[in-house]
Design a binder for this molecule. Structure first.
Ligand code: ATR
Length: 275
């Protein structure tokens, strides 16, 4: 007897650029599952109607990307602690017609760090410096505090936004202004760029790593994979973690919810997504 197809996908606008169909299709095939993962272009004003159409088609769950990550919260019946803390939903699981919303970016960030940092590296009891205070920073700061960081300093061009992130996440977090970044990095055990700076087509991230003695340096930008920040860190002999893993690891959470299997991030998948 044929197994029913587990229908999943991603909603966004635009959506053609999304790497999620490549990732999920790879896992569906790898684990021999009967499933589908499609990209659905839903305009902001059509969100409610679009989601309701997906439910009518019997969708089991879906990812949510720009510009719906906040608006979708209003359609969810249940929100996870991560979604509430970060203030955005990127993963939906449908159960008995109800929408359960969560956010897998924090999971993706910390899993990527743990899998690709030097052996035995842990954030527990360490100090982190996070550059940027957008949606990605909220997930990263949440993840670091949950994972036991001693302190997280959020540095941002707009200081108010850094203060907002600290207020939302709580824990041992401090906000600092952009100009302070060079003086703050020397105390950090982990430096993370969550801004768009250094991405193809964006201005460079201007930072001088010369005072840094031992920090792990990570970037959530993955185009290019080796950003100037990571190249500078590597030239100074500092360990680095690239950004592609956050995208790959965050996808695991949705896959596990929908198919009941926690999939693996393999070098083959990474190459496929970057090609
Ligand atoms: P996302 O939700 O993907 O994190 P975002 O909300 O647009 O994206 O956040 C982008 C981050 O990059 C912000 O922290 C932004 O700083 P501001 O809050 O001051 O806007 C930061 N950023 C973008 N361009 C920048 C620049 N030229 N210099 C410094 N920071 C910059």
């Amino acid at each position: 007897m044929n197994r029913p197809v587990v229908k999943t996908g991603v909603i966004g606008h635009p959506i053609a650029h999304s790497k999620s169909p490549i990732i999920h299709s790879y896992w569906i095939e790898k684990y021999g599952l009967s499933g589908s993962y499609e990209a659905f272009d839903i305009a902001p004003q059509a969100l409610k109607k679009g989601v309701s159409a997906l439910l009518d088609q019997g969708i089991s769950g879906f990812n949510v990307t720009v510009p719906h990550k906040i608006a979708i919260m209003g359609l969810c019946d249940v929100l996870s602690p991560e979604a509430l803390a970060i203030g955005a939903v990127n993963t939906i699981s449908v159960q008995n017609g109800k929408l359960l919303g969560t956010n897998s970016d924090a999971f993706g960030f910390i899993e990527n760090l743990n899998q690709n940092a030097p052996p035995d590296w842990s954030i527990k009891g360490k100090k982190a410096l996070v550059l940027g205070a957008g949606g990605a920073a909220l997930a990263v700061v949440y993840a670091l505090i949950e994972a036991g960081a001693l302190n997280v300093v959020v540095v941002n061009r707009t200081l108010d936004k850094a203060q907002d992130v600290c207020k939302k996440i709580g824990g041992n977090t401090d906000a600092a202004s952009w100009d302070e970044r060079d003086s703050l990095i020397k105390d950090a055990d982990l430096i993370v760029n969550t801004t768009s700076l250094g991405m193809h087509g964006q201005p460079p991230l201007e930072i001088d790593l010369s005072p840094v003695s031992h920090a792990l340096v990570s970037d959530i930008v993955y185009a290019p994979l080796m950003t100037d920040l990571l190249t500078q860190a590597q030239e100074r002999g500092l360990p680095v973690v690239t950004g592609i893993g956050m995208l790959l690891h965050q996808a695991r959470a949705g896959f596990a919810l929908w198919h009941g299997i926690m999939p693996e991030v393999t070098p083959e998948l990474e190459t496929l997504v970057l090609s």
